[in-house]
Design a protein around this ligand. Structure first.
Ligand code: OOG
Ligand code: NI
Length: 457
C-alpha cells in the first residue's frame, strides 16, 4: 500500500506486458526460460567479470518491447503513457532508408535516461510510426483510405491518458490508481479479438506486411518483447537444439575475442497466428497471420561518434567483401576478419583511442593534491574505468529484424520523393525533444569525471 514511484510503475508495466505476451505467444516464455538459464550459467562460469556490463538482477529482469502506431496523434498519446513510467524518447531511426524491402516507418525508443533509473529498471520500447504520407509506399487514394481508417480507431482511452498525465506530473501514483494505470496501459497493447477486415488487410499487405500490421487492424499490440542475455551465441545454440528455427544469423557485431560493442540481436521466425477475419463476402472465420516474433539481445559497450563511424565503416567493408566472396562464406565469417583487422582487442585500447564511453571510479588512495593525469591514475590503479553499456538500438539491425521476418519484400516506388522526417519533426509530433544518445553517454562520462576531480582535490 502507499505511493508507487515512477520506477516501480515502470517495472510493474514491464512485468504486466511480459505476462500478457507470454499467454499470447507461448514461445516467448520458452525464450525467457532459456535466457535465464544462459545468464545463470554465464555468471557461474565467469564469476566477477560476468557482471561487468550489467548486474545479473538487472539483466534477468531486462526487456525491450516493440510497438507500432499509425498516426502522429497516436504517437503523441503513446508518449504520454510512456512518460508515466519515466520513459522518454531517445534516438531517431528511419527504417525506410535502412531497409531494401518495404518498411514504411520512422521510429524512436522510449526509455529511462538517468543511470540510477536504468539500474532500477531499464525497460525500453522501440516505437515506430507508419509514414502514411510517403508516396513511395502509398498512393494518394490509399493515403486517404488509411487516414480515415486510422482516425476512426482509439488506441488509448481517456481514462488511461488522464491517469498517465497524473503519474507523470506527480512522479508516481497511489496504489489503487497505480494498479489501474498498469492494467490499462498493458491492456492497450493486448491482441484484439475483433475480426480483421480481410480485404483491407491483404490490400495493405501487398505493399508492406508492416503497413498491414499497423494500419490494417483496429487496435495495436505489442510486436515483441526481448530478453537480454550475457551470451547470445549460447542462447542461439540452445534454441536451435530445441528445434526452434532461428533467423540465419546474429545481427550486429560478430562473436570475437575482443570487447563486445553496441548490440547483438537475433530472433526466431514469426509464428503463424490464428486470427478472426471478416471476409469480403461478409462471412467471419479463422485465418492466419505471421507478424510477431521472438527476439533476444546481448548488450555491449556504448561507442562514441568516432567509434560509431568505425563500426559503420566496418559494416560497409564487410558488405564489400561479402559481395566479392564465393558461395558458402557468411557475413559473420567476414565480419570477424574485419573486426580483427580494425577494432582494438581490449577495452583499455578502446578507451585510449576515444572509441567508447566510460565512467571512472576511485578505487585506490590518491596522493594529496594528486595532479597525475587520468591515464597515470588508471595505470597506478587509483582509478578504474568502467564501460558504459549501450542502451539504444541499431537502425540496420532493426531493419534486418523487420525484414528477416517478412515473407515478402512488398512494393515501393523509389521514383517518388519520400516524405521528410527527422529527429526535429518527430520531436514536434511527440511534444518532447527526442534526446540524442551520444549526448546522454557523454554527459554520464563527464559527470563521473567531475566527481572524480572533486575526490582528488
Ligand atoms: C521493431 C524492430 C526493431 C529492434 O530490437 O531493433 C527492434 C519492430 O519490429 O516493430 O525491435
Ligand atoms: Ni526488438
Amino acid at each position: 500500500m502507499g505511493f508507487i514511484d515512477t520506477w516501480e510503475l515502470r517495472s510493474r508495466f514491464a512485468v504486466a506486458l511480459s505476462q500478457m505476451y507470454g499467454t499470447e505467444v507461448p514461445a516467448y516464455d520458452t525464450l525467457v526460460e532459456v535466457s535465464t538459464a544462459v545468464n545463470a550459467d554465464f555468471v557461474a562460469a565467469h564469476g566477477d567479470t560476468a557482471e561487468r556490463l550489467g548486474s545479473i538482477d538487472r539483466v534477468t529482469a531486462e526487456r525491450h518491447g516493440a510497438i507500432r502506431v499509425g498516426t502522429p496523434e497516436e504517437l503523441a498519446q503513446a508518449a504520454r503513457v510512456f512518460a508515466a513510467f519515466g520513459m522518454v524518447p531517445v534516438g531517431f531511426y528511419d527504417l525506410r532508408e535502412a531497409s531494401s524491402s518495404s518498411v514504411p516507418v520512422v521510429s524512436t525508443a522510449f526509455r529511462p535516461i538517468d543511470p540510477e533509473e536504468l539500474a532500477r529498471n531499464p525497460f525500453r520500447v522501440f516505437t515506430s510510426m507508419l509514414t502514411v504520407d510517403d508516396p513511395r509506399f502509398f498512393t494518394a487514394e490509399l493515403q486517404q483510405e488509411l487516414r480515415e481508417f486510422l482516425a476512426a480507431r482509439t488506441l488509448f482511452s481517456e481514462e488511461l491518458l488522464a491517469l498517465a498525465d497524473k503519474a507523470a506530473a506527480e512522479g508516481g501514483l497511489e496504489d489503487t490508481e497505480a494498479e489501474k494505470l498498469v492494467e490499462l496501459a498493458a491492456g492497450a497493447y493486448e491482441l484484439s479479438t475483433d475480426p480483421v477486415d480481410e480485404g483491407w488487410y491483404r490490400k495493405l499487405e501487398k505493399i508492406s506486411a508492416v503497413a498491414a500490421d499497423i494500419g490494417g487492424i483496429s487496435s495495436t499490440h505489442i510486436n515483441h518483447l526481448t530478453p537480454r542475455v550475457l551470451d547470445i551465441d549460447d542462447l542461439y545454440r540452445r534454441m536451435s537444439d530445441m528445434g526452434i528455427t532461428m533467423i540465419d544469423e546474429v545481427q550486429g557485431p560478430p562473436a570475437w575475442e575482443g570487447p563486445d560493442v553496441l548490440l547483438r540481436q537475433t530472433s526466431f521466425r514469426a509464428l503463424e497466428e490464428q486470427r478472426v477475419f471478416r471476409f469480403t463476402d461478409g462471412t467471419v472465420g479463422e485465418g492466419s497471420l505471421r507478424v510477431r516474433f521472438g527476439e533476444v539481445e546481448q548488450r555491449g559497450i556504448a561507442l562514441t561518434r568516432k567509434g560509431r563511424d568505425l563500426y559503420d565503416a566496418m559494416l560497409a567493408e564487410t558488405d564489400r567483401r561479402l559481395a566479392e566472396a564465393g558461395e558458402g562464406t557468411t557475413r559473420v565469417d567476414i565480419a570477424v576478419e574485419v573486426w580483427r583487422e580494425n577494432l582494438p582487442r581490449t577495452e583499455e585500447e578502446l578507451r585510449a583511442q576515444g572509441l567508447a564511453f566510460f565512467t571512472y571510479e576511485l578505487v585506490g588512495d590518491p596522493q594529496p593534491a594528486d595532479n597525475r593525469s587520468l591515464n597515470e591514475l588508471i595505470d597506478a590503479r587509483v582509478v578504474r574505468a568502467v564501460p558504459i553499456v549501450y542502451e539504444d538500438f541499431l537502425p540496420r539491425s532493426a531493419a534486418g529484424i523487420f525484414q528477416s521476418n517478412l515473407t515478402d519484400a512488398g512494393t515501393r516506388d523509389n521514383e517518388q520523393q519520400g516524405s521528410a522526417y527527422g529527429p526535429e519533426s518527430l520531436s514536434e509530433i511527440i511534444g518532447t525533444r527526442i534526446a540524442d544518445p551520444y549526448e546522454l553517454y557523454e554527459q554520464q562520462q563527464e559527470q563521473s569525471l567531475r566527481e572524480l576531480r572533486n575526490h582528488l582535490v
